[in-house]
Design a protein. Structure first.
Length: 144
């Protein structure tokens, strides 16, 4: 597989740094693009404004609690869009709320992961995401 394009939609700078570090340490060549709110995520995915040259991601890591458009709204918009709905979306969030989990799966999230509090556990979780979603799972080819 060529370089895997990952879109990280996250507003917490610490989580951005940890996620990028964990993905850098992985064995898969990837490019992580970061947007910090839901509105920017949709701009990126639709290639609008400053994101007109963005690449379609192979995988989206999406936080629930975001400014402007929350993760549920972004997920809903992605999954109702015929061009975007095939991109796997992983909800990666601090929320372990049963309603957030149910709403995410109701909007066709591909999986829901609550971020561990401990740094080592967080790094291990992100590495596990990479192992499963990039090394094991067959991702759709949206480029061809």
């Amino acid at each position: 597989m060529n370089t895997v394009q990952i879109l990280l939609v996250e507003d917490n700078e610490g989580d951005i740094l940890l996620t990028k570090e964990a993905l850098t340490e992985g064995k898969i060549t990837n490019e992580v693009n970061v947007v910090r709110d839901g509105w920017e995520a949709m701009q990126y995915l639709k290639r609008e404004g400053e994101f007109k040259n963005s690449q379609t991601p192979d995988l989206i890591l999406l936080d629930v609690n975001l400014p402007r458009l929350d993760g549920h709204e972004v997920l809903h918009k992605i999954k109702e869009d015929n061009q975007l709905k095939y991109i796997p979306v992983i909800m990666l969030t601090t929320s372990s709320s049963a309603s957030d989990i149910l709403k995410s799966y109701g909007n066709h999230a591909n999986c829901y992961i609550t971020k561990p509090v401990e740094i080592d556990d967080f790094m291990s979780t992100v590495a596990g995401i990479e192992d499963f979603w990039i090394s094991i799972v067959q991702l759709p080819d949206h480029k061809g």
